[in-house]
Every structure is written in C-alpha cells, then in structure tokens.
Design a binder for this molecule. Structure first.
Ligand SMILES: Nc1ncnc2c1ncn2[C@@H]1O[C@H](COP(=O)(O)OP(=O)(O)OP(=O)(O)O)[C@@H](O)[C@H]1O
Ligand SMILES: [Mg+2]
Length: 240
C-alpha cells in the first residue's frame, strides 16, 4: 500500500487540473468536459449550477472516482486518483466519498436501517457496532425512530432522502457529493434536506459538492459556481 503524505491545510481538498472527459458512442465522440480546472477548499459547501446535459453528473462521477477522466488530474487530499488501480480506487471511494442522488437509489427489499448499514458491511465491524453507527446516522439526519424497519416504498420522498444521506455519511466520509438532492422533493421537504446539508457542513465540517438546477437550493451553499454553457475551461467561484 502507498503511504500518502499529509498536505498543508491551505491546499484545497479537491483539485481538478485540465480534466477532460468524452463519451464514445458508435463512431461519435461526445466531448463533455474540456480542460476543466476547479479547486474545492476543505470544508466548503459548493453548489454547481449549469444547464441540463452540460456535464454536472459526469463531473461528480469523476470527483467521486466512479469514472475516470480521459486526460488531466484529480488530486483529492493529496492523492492523484489516476494513480490508483481499480481496487485501490474502490477502497478509496468507500472511505472518502458519500454519494446522494436525486432518486435516492435505496435498495427496495431492505429496510431503512439495512440500507444505511450497507456501506459498513465493507468494514470489519461487529454487528453491535454497526447497529450503533446506523442508529447514530439515522438520528443525525432526523429520521424517525419508529420507521427504521420500514422499506423505501413505505417512506415519503423526504424520509427516503434522509435514509440516503444517512447511508452516505455512516462511514464518516471526507466529502459528500450530491446530485440534485432536492430535485424530486416538494419545496418544504427540499428545504428540510437543505437545512440538513447546511448543518452537516457547519457542524460536522463535511465538505459538500451539490449539483442543482434550483437557484433556491444553490443559495444555501457557501460557494456558488454557475455556468451558462458547458463545463469548459476554468471554473471560478462567483460568490460565497
Ligand atoms: N454513457 C454515456 N454515453 C454517451 N454520452 C453520455 C453518457 N453519459 C452522459 N453522456 C452525455 O454527456 C452529456 C453530459 O451528461 P451529464 O449527465 O453529465 O449532464 P448533466 O449536466 O448532469 O445533466 P442533467 O442536469 O440533465 O442531469 C450529455 O449530453 C449526455 O448525453
Ligand atoms: Mg445530471
């Protein structure tokens, strides 16, 4: 295993350098990201707004090591993700990244608590310790105690998103990557989820990157990156 030296705290947590990504489909190449530079400070809550189809989900997938750039470098807490092989990247992701999606992506056959427990099954933890962490995560996100055994279809959208956030934070990851986390919720449930993300950022110092279409959601972040066209060239934070 590689020893990873600690970086000075002034270094951004995540730094993208000239990251390009295209998809190949039939004979065609679809260029989605073109030499993107982006620095995300530790402890930031960054909202990224850009039009549909401009590459936001693609960018999040690269940040979280779910996919790899064609070119360029992604430095995460001093680790160059491109230097990790497939197994090391999977292990790295399990430790450092929590994903939250618009449509929750919970497993329908498992209870709320079992869904949250899933990422812990990759760690060597006893059953009692797992149960303790699951309960702590569900309590932290304000999920009702009397719903732990309910399956996703037996929960409201807001409750399902709380379960998904509990699942994302139960391993205590470095960063939360949220792809339209309020996109499927009404205003009130969405606001509650945003309150929760703000609290996770402020109180637990979680670094959060949130993709959103909704200006109201973006306002809740510390830093707003707004792109009118595609994710081309340098991305600058326009307000904070
Ligand atoms: N696997 C793929 N193969 C081919 N093209 C793809 C693939 N995934 C995404 N694309 C294309 O890349 C572009 C960016 O997609 P992406 O999902 O990153 O956009 P987005 O900004 O997240 O959009 P939305 O706001 O609608 O979720 C789109 O034009 C899409 O068609
Ligand atoms: Mg998307």
């Amino acid at each position: 295993m590689t020893e990873i030296a600690a970086q000075p705290s002034s270094e951004p947590l995540i730094r993208l350098e000239r990251v390009s990504k295209s998809y190949r489909r039939g004979g065609e190449t679809i260029q989605v990201l073109d030499r993107v530079d982006l620095a995300i400070p530790r402890g930031d809550f960054l909202a990224l707004m850009a039009p549909s189809g401009s590459g936001k989900s693609t960018l999040l997938n690269l940040l979280g090591g779910l996919d790899r750039p064609d070119e360029g470098s992604i430095l995460f807490d001093g680790v160059a993700l491109e230097s990790l092989g497939p197994r090391a990247l999977t292990r790295w992701r399990a430790i450092h990244v929590g994903f939250v999606f618009q449509l929750y992506h919970l497993l329908p056959v498992l209870s709320a608590a079992r869904n949250v427990e899933l990422p812990l099954l990759l760690q060597r933890l006893g059953r009692a310790e797992r149960a303790r962490r699951v309960a702590a995560a569900l309590s932290l996100v304000g999920f009702p105690d009397d719903r732990h055994t309910f399956r996703p279809t037996e929960l409201s959208g807001g409750q399902q998103q709380r379960v998904a956030i509990a699942r994302a934070i139960v391993t205590n990851p470095t960063v939360l990557l949220c792809d339209e986390p309020t996109g499927d919720l009404d205003r009130r449930a969405g606001d509650e989820i945003l309150d929760l993300l703000v609290e996770l950022n402020r109180r637990l110092d979680k670094t959060i990157v949130m993709v959103t279409h909704d200006p109201h959601a973006a306002e809740r972040a510390r830093t707003l990156v707004r792109l009118e066209k595609g994710l081309v060239g340098e991305i600058r934070a326009t307000s904070s």
